[in-house]
Design a protein around this ligand. Structure first.
Ligand code: SAM
Length: 253
């Protein structure tokens, strides 16, 4: 498997990834703002818009946010539904992440925002979800899938735990379509992100991994193929900023 540009045994990739996110957990939110010059906020907002409004009638709506880390996607979904009158408040989000250090930051933020009753935090692996089949109405994963060693397995699990009609949505860095923009994007990532990691978080290596893992990740078409092979229908993707990031989606029918 790839650990950035380094080749590691498939069984060892997760261990390396866990060390990276354990190291960055406390600086993660600040570094996201700095590295993406705030853009990750726009991408996450658009991603949550893409999910639409979850309408629940009288039953509870359940969303699973995998690799949910410090809770950014979960908070945005709750925020969006707060003022909507189609929705009667019965929305429950499960934030799942393999890294307890990331979840600890998320739990603290949830308490501060007053969301503790609507979110639960579960420490588990995306490749082996600890839930029964047909449990969730939506599955989201943002900037998480490229860290998972066995991507088809994780997307297969997404399909299993979704209810019929449930939506899968994945936000991830992708391949920039325009060669000029692609050059500048890579130049920026390779030069600035590790340096920023060194000075702000005193951890160059973790941020070097992040950049290299972006560079090595699947193209839009390849990831779409995996989503379709997992059984999702009406699957597709949408580029943001010409493919700096892409949203993949599909439905369990
Ligand atoms: N979704 C959050 C966001 O957008 O800010 C966090 C993204 S962070 C870049 C990637 C997260 O994936 C980390 O919190 C890491 O612990 C988690 N992760 C890595 N491998 C995982 C796995 N196999 N199962 C679940 N989570 C995993």
């Amino acid at each position: 498997a790839n650990f950035g540009f380094k080749k590691v045994k498939l069984e060892e990739k997760q261990e390396h990834v866990n060390q990276v996110f354990h190291n960055v957990a406390n600086n993660y939110d600040l570094m996201n703002d700095l590295m993406s010059v705030g853009l990750h906020r726009c991408w996450k907002n658009s991603f949550v818009e893409e999910l639409g409004y979850l309408k629940n009638g009288d039953s509870q709506i359940r969303v699973l946010d995998v690799a949910g880390g410090t809770g950014d996607i979960a908070f945005r979904i709750l925020e969006k539904h707060k003022g909507n009158n189609l929705f009667n408040g019965n929305l429950k989000i499960t934030v799942l992440d393999i890294n307890q250090s990331m979840l600890d930051v998320g739990q603290k933020r949830a308490n501060e925002l007053g969301y503790q009753n609507q979110i639960d935090f579960v420490c588990a692996n995306a490749e082996e979800l600890p839930f029964e089949a047909n449990t969730f109405d939506a599955y989201t994963i943002a900037f998480g899938i490229r860290n998972v060693p066995r991507i088809p397995k994780a997307i297969g699990e997404a399909h299993r735990v979704l209810k019929q009609g449930g939506k899968f949505q994945c936000l991830e860095f992708s391949k920039v379509q325009n060669p000029v923009l692609s050059f500048f994007n890579q130049f920026y990532q390779f030069n600035f992100i590790p340096t920023m990691g060194q000075f702000v978080a005193n951890d160059r290596n973790s941020y070097q991994y992040l950049v290299e893992s972006i560079e090595k990740f699947h193209s839009q078409q390849d990831l779409l193929k995996i989503v379709e092979e997992a059984g999702f229908r009406y699957a597709g993707f949408k580029n943001y900023m010409d493919g700096v990031v892409a949203v993949h989606f599909g439905f369990k029918l």
